[in-house]
Design a protein around this ligand. Structure first.
Ligand SMILES: Cc1cc2nc3c(=O)[nH]c(=O)nc-3n(C[C@H](O)[C@H](O)[C@H](O)COP(=O)(O)OP(=O)(O)OC[C@H]3O[C@@H](n4cnc5c(N)ncnc54)[C@H](O)[C@@H]3O)c2cc1C
Ligand code: FES
Ligand code: FES
Length: 469
């Protein structure tokens, strides 16, 4: 049985754990304020907030309910647009949208209001940049964004008065969100204690299930109907798989860590000072809140952003399966994981437990580049990462990866070897660009012609070497 709180109502349901929240709220609870747009995570019309207890604190994140299975909502607080309404009046977020003329047909409006309410519930110091970032996964087709940005700025002004008060205390005291939010923390504590969860503790039993699921942002786009009734091996909330830690000179990342978890991690931000800049190029806030690292690797897209990122770092994958009651583990280098288009060195019963890599030294330079048709919320035409160990202007070692230029995410071994021992100058850059063309085999598609992609990769390699100089 799946249990969670929907707005202020406790839910206990035997419906399939693979059913998405969007269908549950609309067709089982008749909460039709949550809209169906694309059903692929792109438009944000179906956005809900997902509240979770972390270290005894309530944290809310926006997610697209079209890709959120009930199984990943277990033990959490789900908030739809109806759960944000104040009795007999607009809440200040809704009022700001109305005052600024930020709604016309209104189809996208519930999604924007939910995302901005998520901004109001964020920990940390509120500012306008964060308010705009909170709505980066919401698309409006008829109003235009300037009025929506003005509404976001108004909401920010209200939130700046929060000071040191907790977000939930402030928004309920100021009548921004309904008073029931105050009781949610205690209700979740009770629910979790009663259920003795964080859901699905028996990983071994789950391994017999054919569909391994992380955040669902790939599987629910590809196989929506099949997933509703599938036997699912849920990994998203498993506590063993959601931590990021340092061990000596290695960094270990649980396979169910999301892009947002990495963004919030002091360990990751310490190792990659530009991580926020890189992550902003990946999908949108609600998708980053759901998308796991292992899901990105196993998805096996030739342009998976974090696949390319971790290929340059020579990441190692710890794969686990239970056969005849015996747990078996093995390590595979990410560079050896891809055997052909969407073909992996992975047994169907195996799941990735963790990902590890050697932390680059103080002399190392790491850079990630992505070019897509739109800067945000778009997949790459070509992406690339490079790790260099440098002494003065001499390259001691180089690791170069590239996506969108072959059938699999690629580690460019020849170009990496060529760069080793060279000085960073125009001759080296020119030589590397000429050589890498022999390693890649881009094809022409909707994201660009093969000639364009080959040229683009050369420019990205130039950008890596210039950033390191
Ligand atoms: C709107 C939208 C925008 C996107 N933008 C980007 C983008 O900019 N860049 C990008 O790279 N991707 C993007 N994606 C793709 C997707 O979000 C990522 O690939 C994401 O990391 C997938 O992770 P997930 O946990 O959601 O995967 P899931 O859908 O849960 O799973 C994906 C695959 O991985 C397998 N899997 C998951 N976890 C494990 C595990 N631990 N062990 C073994 N197998 C596992 C599943 O069985 C499945 O085959 C986007 C997707 C959407 C919907
Ligand atoms: S319906 Fe478009 S993101 Fe869910
Ligand atoms: S108001 Fe019509 S899509 Fe935004």
């Amino acid at each position: 049985m799946i249990r969670f709180i929907l707005n202020d109502e406790p839910i206990a349901t035997d419906l399939p754990p693979g059913m998405v929240m969007l269908d549950f709220v609309r067709y089982k609870k008749n909460l039709t304020g949550t809209k169906i747009g694309c059903r692929e995570g792109d438009c944000g019309a179906c956005t809900v907030l997902v509240g979770e207890l972390l270290n005894d604190e309530l944290h809310y994140q926006s997610m697209t309910s079209c890709l959120l299975p009930l199984g990943n909502a277990h033990g959490k607080h789900i908030v739809t647009i109806e759960g944000l309404n104040l009795p007999g009046m607009l809440n200040p977020v809704q009022q700001a949208m109305a005052d600024e003329g930020a709604t016309q047909c209104g189809f996208c409006t519930p999604g924007f209001v939910v995302s901005l309410a998520g901004f109001c519930l964020q920990h940390g110091v509120p500012d306008n940049e964060k308010a705009i970032a909170a709505i980066d996964g919401n698309i409006c087709r008829c109003t235009g964004y300037k009025s929506i940005e003005r509404a976001a700025a108004k909401v920010t002004e209200v939130m700046k008065e929060r000071g040191g008060e907790s977000p939930v205390e402030f928004v309920t005291r100021r009548g921004i969100l309904p008073a029931y939010f105050n009781g949610i923390k205690d209700k979740l504590v009770e629910l979790l204690a009663a259920e003795r969860m964080r859901l699905l503790p028996d990983l071994a039993a789950m391994q017999q299930r054919p569909h391994v699921l992380g955040g669902g942002t790939d599987l629910y786009v590809q196989q929506h109907d099949e997933m509703t009734y599938a036997a699912i091996h849920f990994l998203y909330d498993h506590p063993e798989l959601t931590a990021i830690r340092r061990e000596g000179n290695r960094c270990i990342i649980g396979s169910a860590v999301t892009v947002s978890d990495m963004l919030a991690s002091p360990v990751i931000n310490d190792i990659f000072p530009l991580f926020k800049q890189y992550a902003r190029l990946v999908s949108s806030t609600p998708i980053r809140n759901m998308a796991t690292l292992a899901g990105n690797f196993v998805n096996a897209s030739p342009i998976g952003d974090f696949t390319i990122f971790f290929l340059a770092l020579d990441a190692q994958l710890l794969l686990v399966r239970t056969a005849n009651g015996v747990e078996q583990k093995r390590t595979v280098a990410l560079r050896q994981f891809y055997k052909g288009y969407k073909q992996l060195d992975k047994h169907p019963d195996e799941h990735i437990e963790e990902i590890s890599f050697a932390i680059p030294s103080a002399n190392a330079r790491f850079n990630f580049e992505k070019v897509s048709k739109r800067t945000h919320l778009d997949i790459a035409s070509v992406n690339s990462a490079m790790l260099l160990e440098i002494n003065g202007d001499t390259i001691l070692s180089a690791s170069l990866s590239a996506g969108g230029v072959g059938p699999v995410p690629m580690y460019l071994a020849k170009t990496s070897a060529f760069l080793t021992g060279k000085k960073i100058n125009e001759e080296t850059i020119g030589g590397a660009i000429t050589l890498l063309q022999t390693e890649v085999s881009p094809i022409s598609d909707a994201r660009g012609s093969k000639e364009y992609k080959a040229l683009l990769l050369g420019q990205l390699v130039r950008a890596h070497l210039m950033a390191a100089d």
